[in-house]
Design a binder for this molecule. Structure first.
Ligand SMILES: Cc1cc2nc3c(=O)[nH]c(=O)nc-3n(C[C@H](O)[C@H](O)[C@H](O)COP(=O)(O)OP(=O)(O)OC[C@H]3O[C@@H](n4cnc5c(N)ncnc54)[C@H](O)[C@@H]3O)c2cc1C
Ligand code: SF4
Ligand code: SF4
Length: 608
């Protein structure tokens, strides 16, 4: 099939692109503003393929200054968007450990003791210190709290109502079509294949869609962006080494909740010092809350689900959450390299937008607005080129799209943020000081060193738990978990002193129940496994097996052969396995031993 423009992924970046583009293809009087080259006499044919089964199922993001959104929708009102609220009270909280189970450095222990000793003079309650002020770079004043799923459905409806572009959910793009360094379109995923991708009943090869311009907005772990990184390389000095998995609950708060819509709480310090948390309140007693577990958290058992439960149970938060009910659950990777990971933004026939193009601001924790902004910048560039009848060459895209991007606030703020997180390579205290320095000096000062590949940071289970659990005990727990074909983290956390989770069947539910109740995960038949263990021999001798421990959906299990097993039916497509592997890929040490390919299914909730 031939079209004019094909887009990969319908996240905020592509939504920004299509919102701006769709309004400018046809004039107000119905005449063509620009013309299709594949269907002369018609407006340009623009298609967008989204992997997830519906619009808004594959996204995340909640609180935003909404600068770019307001530029696209000047009349936007939170009242018109489900679950949206204007930002109200903002707090940053340092959570102390009420159980003594977390792994805190000597410096943090001393800081905690000092805080507890002087708490009568501090804004301290329920084992939490409320920072006296929210640093300006973290404030979201005048912004919005959104459910990104609901917002994307709203934005998708606006885009489709123009009648000039089409969005196809449930349609993963398998690869970019590259001819002599030029991207000429995309190939969709094969259907009717077995787990390994071999043709079986009802085999239908993925269709080739040729386009003059391919817009890649497939997010932080998108396979098309990574294919181009592999084929064209990253620019000198750039790397993708910093990640976090964000895991989130959407919750009905108890009827008598004192929390007002618009409330924004940011936390750090607990359940482990490396884990950041958030709680945002939507209208009608609904809250979005969750944690981020970063790649620089040197634990071989970094299971976001268990940590999320301990975070909710922190006394400061639990007094608000007790009696609440799970509505929706999800997990997604956040690309935390920011400008460190900026790929080639353009090439002949393609342009990259959004988080996969390094837009996320790692200092302010903002990604939605930045992704949307780069989409609109590309749309303006595309209209300019279409009107001038110029082809989508790298040079033309650089002179229009990249020029706009470099001159925008996204670039200016991205530069301030660029090195702000490097301190975390040396520990949490250095990381926090580094962020504050970068934030307060507009990026002129920072601390730390360049990030290393995530696989280099993963210690063995035995080393990580030295002093807490003996090697003999670990060996015993390993044997027990192997017999049950279960992951190890639960047993290790119990042994390390974490209290048992008091399941209540409403909010504190098992991981599997969260998948069923909150994620409603589904995987259609007839598609290949999208998670592949590239070198089974490396898995067989792998000690940490962190892919199993970190899997957000318990879709990766120990398996019977020494190589982990993957269950597509439980995969939420968070992409965490891509960077949670302790072995380098022998062909490319910047990558690891897992391939995360294009795939169907996943979460069925548009509330995340
Ligand atoms: C838990 C969590 C909380 C967050 N909170 C905030 C917040 O409060 N504020 C904020 O500003 N930002 C937040 N972010 C970051 C924000 O969500 C991202 O920066 C933003 O969504 C990036 O937009 P994007 O369009 O570039 O990519 P994505 O949102 O990742 O969208 C990419 C889309 O491409 C699709 N796709 C991927 N591969 C394919 C394929 N092969 N074929 C077809 N489609 C494909 C995906 O399904 C997805 O819909 C949060 C992120 C997480 C994970
Ligand atoms: S995928 Fe990576 S972490 Fe998992 S078992 Fe194989 S080598 Fe180990
Ligand atoms: S297997 Fe699926 S759910 Fe598990 S980490 Fe990978 S992408 Fe996430």
């Amino acid at each position: 099939m031939d079209v004019d423009i094909v887009c990969v992924g319908f996240g905020p970046a592509t939504a920004g692109f299509l919102t701006t583009l769709s309004k400018q293809l046809v004039n107000a009087d119905g005449t063509l503003a620009v013309e299709s080259t594949v269907m002369p006499g018609m407006p340009p044919q623009v298609l967008c393929y989204e992997r997830a089964d519906d619009i808004g199922f594959g996204v995340s993001g909640v609180v935003t200054k909404a600068r770019a959104l307001r530029a696209s929708f000047p009349e936007i009102k939170t009242a018109g968007i489900p679950m949206a609220a204007p930002v109200g009270e903002e707090k940053v909280l340092y959570l102390l450990d009420p159980h003594g189970a977390s792994r805190r450095s000597l410096a943090l222990h001393l800081a905690d003791s000092l805080i507890r000793a002087t708490k009568f003079a501090l804004p301290f309650e329920q084992h939490a210190l409320n920072l006296p002020w929210t640093p300006a770079f973290l404030q979201k004043h005048d912004g919005m709290i959104l459910s990104m799923g609901q917002f994307m459905q709203w934005a998708g409806a606006q885009v489709q109502s123009t009648g000039t572009v089409q969005i196809w959910p449930g349609t993963p793009v398998a690869q970019a079509l590259v001819e002599e360094k030029k991207v000429v379109g995309v190939r969709l995923l094969d259907q009717g294949v077995d787990k390994k991708g071999n043709p079986s009943d009802g085999f239908t090869p993925g269709m080739d869609v040729h386009a003059a311009l391919t817009v890649i907005g497939d997010g932080p772990v998108g396979p098309i962006g990574r294919q181009l990184d592999e084929q064209f390389g990253l620019p000198e000095g750039k790397h993708l080494r910093d990640w976090a998995v964000g895991m989130k609950f959407v919750v009905d708060l108890p009827e008598d909740t004192p929390l007002k819509p618009g409330t924004v709480l940011h936390t750090f310090g607990y359940p482990e010092p490396e884990i950041f948390g958030f709680l945002y309140v939507h209208p009608d007693r609904v809250a979005s809350l969750g944690i981020f577990v970063p790649s620089w958290f040197d634990s071989p058992t970094r299971t976001a689900y268990r940590y999320l439960q301990h975070w909710m149970l922190h006394p400061y938060l639990w007094r608000y959450l007790k009696g609440g009910k799970l509505r929706s659950w999800g997990a997604k990777t956040l690309g935390e390299s920011g400008k460190h990971g900026e790929p080639h933004l353009t090439g002949d026939g393609y342009a990259r937008i959004g988080e996969g193009s390094g837009t996320t601001n790692v200092l302010t924790g903002s990604g939605v607005d930045e992704a949307w902004a780069t989409g609109t910048q590309l749309a303006e560039a595309v209209i300019e080129l279409l009107k001038a009848k110029k082809p989508f060459t790298k040079q033309n895209l650089d002179e229009t799209y990249v020029k706009r991007r470099r001159a925008s606030w996204v670039e200016a703020e991205g530069r301030i943020a660029e090195n702000s997180r490097d301190g975390f390579q040396k520990g949490v205290a250095t990381g926090m000081i580094g962020m504050a320095l970068a934030g307060l000096t507009n990026g002129k000062l920072s601390l730390g060193s360049a990030p290393v590949q995530p696989w280099k940071r993963i210690p063995t289970v035995e080393d990580y738990f030295t002093g807490k659990i003996s090697r003999d005990e670990i060996a015993k727990l390993r044997d027990e978990c192997k017999m049950k074909n279960a992951s190890l983290h639960g047993a290790l956390m119990d042994k390390a002193g974490w209290p048992a989770i008091p399941f209540d069947g409403q909010l504190l539910v098992s991981h599997q129940d969260a998948l069923l109740m909150g994620g409603k995960v589904q995987a259609p038949h007839g598609y290949a496994d999208h998670v592949v263990f590239l070198h089974p021999e490396l898995c067989e001798k792998c000690g940490a097996r962190i892919c199993i421990e970190a899997c957000s959906g318990q879709a990766i299990t120990p398996g019977e052969t020494g190589v982990p097993a993957f269950d597509r039916e439980k995969c939420v497509h968070c992409g965490a396995c891509l960077w949670n592997c302790s072995q380098a890929n022998p062909e490319n040490p910047e990558r690891m031993n897992i391939a995360f390919r294009a795939g169907t299914g996943g979460l069925h909730s548009a509330e995340n």
